[in-house]
Design a protein around this ligand. Structure first.
Ligand SMILES: [Zn+2]
Length: 215
């Protein structure tokens, strides 16, 4: 497992990432209603995520480093393979099924970027969550694997699915090895945590998808 020392703090840092999704700026600095993740649609206590994952047998935290258990990792990889082969429309439907508060999910393509746009039905921009396709694949796959393996309710499952993105090695969209970089992208403002410290993020250097930000 790469990034062993960062793993547990990354999971706990999920709230900072989720909150920053509301700033209206995506990883490339473009204005967006939301550029975000499945977890943004929930109010579940992200502090409890790691404990949830350990209790569910999805993450092994007995050693120095938290890491997914082999069984869970296999299940998630299989779901990633299945979901990445779907059309954007079918991926949107699969994502909707795992999104706790969304009432609809639309496939939207802008330029070379594909999104699943989840909406809570309010018709307000704040009720929309724009999820990059590779993020939708990764988090929906993790949520499906969690649904199979655990009794977690949908909201905690979505937060956990986002937290599990710290354990991705390759981009579920294009297969490129992910890198840790400063969060915020090349042209956007630097992203910071609640105390003003710059965040780092796990990003795909090829399609520039950001999967998770952490301190
Ligand atoms: Zn990629």
């Amino acid at each position: 497992m790469r990034r062993p020392t960062e793993a547990s703090s990354q999971v706990r840092a999920a709230p900072a990432d989720s909150a920053s999704g509301a700033t209206g700026t995506d990883e490339a600095g473009n204005d967006r209603p939301r550029s975000a993740t499945l977890a943004d649609a929930t109010t579940a206590d992200a502090e409890a995520v790691l404990a949830d994952l350990v209790e569910a047998g999805a993450v092994d935290a007995t050693g120095d480093d938290a890491r997914p258990t082999d069984g869970f990792d296999e299940r998630r990889r299989a779901e990633i393979e299945r979901l990445r082969a779907l059309s954007l429309e079918d991926l949107a439907a699969a994502t909707l099924a795992m999104a706790p508060t969304a009432t609809s999910a639309e496939p939207v393509t802008e330029g070379d970027r594909a999104f699943v746009v989840c909406s809570d039905g309010s018709g307000e921009p704040a009720g929309e969550v724009w999820i990059r396709r590779p993020v939708a694949v990764a988090e929906t796959a993790a949520a499906l694997a969690l649904a199979e393996a655990t009794d977690l309710p949908a909201d905690r499952r979505a937060v956990a699915a986002h937290g599990l993105s710290v354990f991705l090695d390759d981009c579920p969209g294009c297969g490129t090895a992910l890198e840790t970089r400063k969060a915020g992208g090349c042209c956007g403002p630097p992203r910071t945590d609640a105390d003003g410290h710059p965040l780092r993020a796990l990003v795909c250097p090829d399609c520039r998808t950001q999967f998770v930000a952490f301190e």
